[in-house]
Structure formats: structure tokens, C-alpha cells
Design a protein around this ligand. Sequence first.
Ligand code: GDP
Length: 139
Amino acid sequence: MATNRTFTMIKPDATQENHIGGILSMIEEGGFRIVSLKKVLLTPERAGQFYEVHKERPFYGDLVKYMSSGPIVAAILEKDNAVADFRTLIGATNPAQAAEGTIRKKYAKSIEANAVHGSDSDENAQIEGNFFFTADEQF
Ligand code: GDP
């Protein structure tokens, strides 16, 4: 079911360099409404659970270590066509290939420390949002 919602995390590189406000501004200026928002320090176990789908990929161990290396900001966002439009706003995974005007172009440091996460489907947006927020936190 299409929900017009997506899920994002501001990753540890960006929170540690004080880019939370800058990134949230780009998100709001991009037409997204912030439905839910919290700052969390993930344990390696919890980060591993979140990225379970990438378990077989060679960078899984590094990714889990990185995502638990400092606080992240988790958010559910709302907009028409939220998943696709948010992927456009964040830009390519590798910031070297990210388009001008995207969040990753402005804030990402590397293919791993790439400032933000964005869900890749409506189904995953729902799963990921529910990973961080209870129903009464999604309004
Ligand atoms: P995304 O959907 O654009 O976030 O990209 P993927 O789903 O392919 O990868 C998930 C996350 O894993 C990325 O956002 C990066 O933080 C990290 N990642 C992706 N590719 C690599 C890689 O080649 N090396 C490392 N170290 N991390 C990667």
C-alpha cells in the first residue's frame, strides 16, 4: 500500500558535525512534513538488525560499526510520492556521483558516511518507521 511516507536517518557523520539543523531545513524546504523525529544512539546489535537486508554485502560489518559510532536522528516524513522524491533529494549513494542541490552532495563525506538514509520502497518505509516509532509517535 502506498503511504506517501518515507523514513530517513541523519547518520553519525552528519550529527557529529552539527548538520542536523541544516539537513532538516533541506528536508522541510523540499516539501516534506516531519511526522516523527528522535535522536538515538544505536547499539551494534540494533544497527545490525536495521541493516539485516544488507547482511550478505561485503560492507555490512563496516556499516554496522559506522552506524553505531555516534548518534543518529530518525524521522518519518510525509509528502506526495515521498519515497521517490526523497531519494531524489538525498542524491546518489556515492557523494562523488550525487547531483548538485542534493543533501549528500552538500553533506556526505564518503560512500559509507553519506549523511542520510532514505527508504527504497513504501514497504521498507513502513518497516523502518515502525522500527523506531510506535503508532502513537507517528502523527
Ligand atoms: P542507499 O540506499 O543509497 O543508502 O545505498 P545502499 O542501500 O546501497 O547501501 C546502504 C548504505 O550502506 C549506504 O547508504 C552506505 O552508508 C553504505 N554503503 C553502500 N555502499 C557501500 C560501500 O561500497 N562501502 C561501504 N563501506 N559502505 C557502503
